[in-house]
Design a protein around this ligand. Structure first.
Ligand code: HEM
Length: 428
């Protein structure tokens, strides 16, 4: 089924991650090419989400996320709160992974986040320095399932074998990883409720589209270098919050961050068939980007920033009246700056073909969940609909093509607090 070219090898690895389990892992191990660098626990950053300095940059200084991602939405099996022994076993398992694999895209990056439902198991509430409301609908036209599992373990690596082996090992199905013995596992007390998978890499969407993925017309001419099904690059360095800027500054969870994860289905028939390239640039970025031909192909020419300027974010009703549409990036940028002009959200979205359709796992990290909610509610563009040319979903950025299936909120504590924290910031 799969040949030996780079493209077919990549597709094999992506499919293996999506399938998961021991069979997929052994198929990957047979094909694994590079040795995986071992870990050094002494060199680990305090923050679980400190990934930017541990992944490569492109030529413009944009960080490049690892290629493969597994999201394990899991529950603590018992009623009540985990025991100290279970916290110890979880921590020991995670430390074994850290000894086995370098904290990098070549090894393994991971983070463990806890939901509001998890913290409700305890008698006391989270401190006011942590803003972690339950997930909720963020527009009138969405009906997402709310992810209220206790915790979310996200595993990420350029190597399919590494994410699969780490998943098996932490759940107790494997007792050695990268020649390091797993000294404990969490399989006795954690159950995976939902397993989701993602990938991100220039070229993968174009490759996948030719195979026929639900949601992508076969005629879609996705630019060769695009990392996203919608045909553009996202996450330019200048339009991302720094990791310092998303760290909670005070209280028992100082150095933690909050993580909102949505899962979004994409239906790109009209995006690619009804619209031409210029229309797509205008709806993704801004009409000025289209008019001034700022974007070539997937937009890699933009360098380290999307090119959104203050002028493009001012008076969008007038822009809408003139051009008949508003861009996704220009609309969102309006709510994505603090009083000092710093970017607020740090987006780490990856594509997916879980369940056979084109979709997206969209983790956004920020100091407070409310900050995410403000930007996402702003993306509805209710104020811009004052222009008769903008409708709830039509001509309104990319809303016509995306459908939110799930939303979940999590607290990602500092590494020292990651194994079953209490609301007071201690480990049980
Ligand atoms: C299929 C779904 C989506 C795709 C393909 C997509 C793609 C993009 C692209 C290409 C950009 C411009 C480049 C950049 O700055 O990264 C952008 C900007 C942005 N997007 Fe999305 N996006 C999607 C959904 C969302 C959602 C659900 C949110 C939620 C709030 C969001 C928030 C933002 C923000 C905040 C910006 C940056 C604006 C600024 O400059 O401050 N996007 N997106």
């Amino acid at each position: 089924m799969f040949g030996t070219s780079d493209g077919s090898r990549r597709e094999f690895m992506r499919a293996a991650v999506a399938i998961g389990g021991a069979g997929a892992l052994s198929a990957c191990m047979e094909r694994a090419q590079e040795p995986v660098p071992p870990g050094d626990r002494g060199a680990l950053p305090t923050r679980q989400y400190a990934w930017v300095d541990h992944v490569p940059e492109d030529e413009h200084g944009n960080f490049r996320l690892p290629r493969h991602h597994v999201f394990l939405y899991s529950n603590y099996e018992e009623d009540g709160t985990p025991s100290a022994d279970e916290a110890d076993r979880l921590e020991t398992a995670l430390r074994s992974l850290e000894r086995a694999y370098q904290w990098s895209n070549q090894g393994l990056l991971f983070s463990l986040g806890y939901s509001p439902s998890y913290f409700e198991r305890f008698d006391r509430s989270l401190p006011s320095s942590v803003d972690l409301p339950a997930p909720r609908r963020l527009s009138d036209f969405e009906e997402p399932d709310l992810d209220e599992q206790d915790l979310l373990l996200q595993l990420a690596s350029d190597s399919a074998e590494v994410v699969l082996a780490a998943e098996e090992a932490v759940l107790g199905a494997r007792d050695e990883v990268n020649t390091v013995e797993m000294e404990a596992d969490a399989g006795d007390f954690l159950t995976v409720d939902e397993r989701r998978t993602g990938f991100i890499s220039g070229g993968m969407p174009a490759e996948k589209a030719t195979e026929g993925v639900e949601g992508i017309p076969t005629e879609a001419n996705i630019p060769e270098q695009s990392p996203l099904f919608m045909g553009f690059k996202g996450g330019f360095a200048d339009n991302q919050a720094s990791e310092d800027h998303i760290a909670i500054e005070e209280g028992p969870f100082a150095e933690a961050t909050t993580k909102h994860v949505s899962n979004i289905r994409q239906r790109l028939q009209d995006w690619y068939i009804e619209q031409d390239f210029e229309d797509r640039v205008a709806e993704m970025f801004s009409a000025t980007h289209a008019k001034e031909e700022m974007v070539e192909g997937a937009g890699l020419n933009l360098g380290d920033g999307s090119g959104i300027t203050d002028a493009m974010t001012t008076d969008l009703v007038e822009t809408a009246n003139e051009y008949g549409r508003v861009g996704h990036a220009q609309k969102n940028a309006r709510f994505n700056r603090d009083a000092d002009g710093n970017v607020i959200l740090h987006r780490r979205h990856v594509e997916s073909t879980d369940n056979g359709y084109a979709s997206l796992h969209f983790p956004s990290l920020q100091r407070e969940i409310s900050q995410f909610e403000r930007v996402r509610v702003g993306m509805n563009g209710d104020d811009v609909r004052e222009s008769p040319r903008i409708r709830q979903r039509v001509n309104n950025g990319i809303l016509e093509y995306i459908f939110t299936l799930h939303r979940g909120n999590f607290l990602v504590p500092a590494r020292s607090q990651r194994s079953f924290p209490t609301p007071a910031g201690e480990v049980v």
